[in-house]
Write a protein that binds this ligand. Structure first.
Ligand code: UD1
Ligand code: CA
Length: 470
């Protein structure tokens, strides 16, 4: 269930069709347009998330170009059974795309909301208002329109002398007069399902692109004396589609500025240079954090209060507690850092690396799928993989967990109050007992009991240690 849903007033059950079969030639890309990312997620995922908030009976996604990847992106957003996929083998136009859903929908007796996979920013409130206008006016079709400064590329909405809807004319088919019209079709509509499909049968590809235009349906309905309503939306940006990479970058910039502004004004986060910070709209950052330039915070990352994230660090899908310092140029992915830790500069945490309170991971240290206990320090030049490290332990410079034997990964366990000497190789699987010490350059191939000093290659027991580690 999406986090925030609405109840929308409809005459019949609501079904949503999302058109996402096109390649998007103006992107000049090998990747289908709806798979290009905005704010870290594919365009189609944005549309799906918004559609799901309406709690429709079903969401249908028309797929064609790179159908498998598009389906995967939809499933990632909505879950396995979140949408029904409708294949459109050849992309013969938006009308043909909707027609592909005929078998499943023609007799559904539903209110159909049509969305485009390339209009990612449309808000739930806008859709609710469109659907309710449609319901309350008892229309066969309601079109969301826009008044734009530059209507280039859009279908123009032609009204008659009484200001009543007559037809939509595509850019390429419009005459000189029609091209002057600045009210345009957003590509978002509501239809009565039975009327939609009966009118679609009459659509012909008799236009300059030889395509079946969905935009011919409203005028066909109008000729049949059905009611077609227009709902003009004031926010052009919100419902304009992305057709080029330049538009994609513009939207990215817009979302980012909005996100960072919200963090500054509402959450009390300091950005040293807001125009050079990159924060996902899904991320949360606590009060009194300081974010330096060129920091990236991606995915639904959570950062607590009073943290300082220095220049050039990237934090992806991670949780960070309070008062954590991340020094310059760290990469932190799918990891967790507790309160009062320090990381970096140049540290790499990944695959569920976990730092417990006051742990310190320093210069050029990589931590993979490992837990570093409270107050434990690994300050310099180490690889710690598949390791569980206790509290108040020190990991000397250059320590390596040799976790891979060429076939399998093995665990390393280092207990509390251990001192691992510089350049120690821990040949896993291996356990270092509490209070033990390894000498510089030791190659540890066997378990070390508690309170024991080992040294050499391979490491041998040198002596038992007392409580003070002497
Ligand atoms: C469409 C509208 C235009 C409107 C504009 C708003 C038509 C004929 N024109 O034009 O009036 O102003 O959107 O953005 O509908 N698609 C398919 N199968 C196809 C063709 C397209 O699934 O055979 C999908 C595309 O992947 C895309 C959406 O439909 O998600 C819109 O198609 P696009 O080619 O971008 O239409 P526009 O030319 O922008
Ligand atoms: Ca488009």
């Amino acid at each position: 269930m999406p986090s925030h849903t609405v109840n929308v007033r409809t005459a019949a059950p609501l079904d949503v069709i999302i058109l996402a079969a096109g390649l998007g030639t103006r992107m000049k890309s090998g990747l289908a347009k709806v798979l290009h990312k905005l704010d870290g997620r594919p365009l189609i995922a944005h549309v799906c998330r918004t559609a799901a908030k309406l709690r429709p009976r079903k969401i249908y996604v028309v797929v064609g170009h790179q159908a498998e990847q598009v389906e995967a992106a939809v499933e990632e957003e909505l879950g396995k059974d979140g949408a029904v996929f409708v294949p459109q083998e050849k992309q013969r136009g938006t009308g043909d795309a909707v027609l592909a859903a005929q078998n499943v929908l023609a007799n559904a007796a539903s209110t159909i909301l049509i969305l485009s996979g390339d209009v990612p920013m449309v808000r739930i409130e806008t859709l609710t208002s469109l659907i309710e206008t449609h319901t309350d006016s008892n229309s066969a079709c309601t079109i969301l329109t826009l008044r734009v400064e530059n209507p280039m590329g859009y279908g123009r909405v032609v009204r008659d002398d009484a200001n009543i809807f007559r037809k939509i004319v595509e850019q390429k088919d419009a005459n000189e007069d029609e091209r002057q019209i600045r009210e345009v079709n957003s590509g978002i509509y509501c239809f009565d399902s039975e009327k939609l499909f009966s009118a679609l049968k009459e659509v012909q590809p008799s236009n300059s692109q030889n395509e079946y235009y969905l935009t011919d349906v409203p005028s066909i309905l109008r000729s049949a004396n059905e009611r077609v309503s227009l709902s003009q939306h004031p926010d052009v940006r919100e419902v304009s589609g992305i057709n080029t990479r330049a538009e994609l970058a513009e939207f990215e910039n817009l979302i980012r500025r909005r996100t960072i502004r919200g963090l500054m004004l509402e959450q009390g986060v300091t950005f040293i240079d807001p125009s050079h910070a990159y924060v996902s709209s899904e991320a949360q950052i606590g009060r009194d954090c300081i974010i330096h330039p060129e920091v990236h915070i991606e995915g639904p990352s959570v950062i607590g209060e009073a943290c300082e994230i220095h220049q050039g660090s990237r934090i992806v899908n991670s949780r960070i507690g309070d008062r954590v310092t991340v020094k310059d140029h760290c990469l932190i992915i799918d990891s967790e850092i507790a309160n009062d830790c320090a990381v970096g500069p140049f540290a790499h945490l990944r695959m569920k690396a976990k730092l417990e309170e006051r742990a310190v991971v320093g210069n050029f240290v990589e931590v993979k799928k490992s837990t570093i206990g409270r107050g434990t320090k690994a300050m310099h030049l180490s690889y710690l993989g598949d390791a569980t490290i206790g509290e108040q332990t020190n990991i000397g410079a250059g320590t390596v967990t040799c976790n891979y034997d060429g076939k399998h990964k093995h665990p390393t366990i280092i207990e509390d109050n251990v001192r691992i000497g510089s350049d120690t190789m821990l040949v896993a699987p291996v356990t270092i007992g509490r209070g033990s010490v390894t000498a510089a350059g030791a190659v540890v191939t066997e378990d070390v009991p508690p309170n024991t000093l080992v040294a050499g290659v391979p490491a041998k027991v040198k002596k038992k240690l007392d409580e003070d580690g002497k």
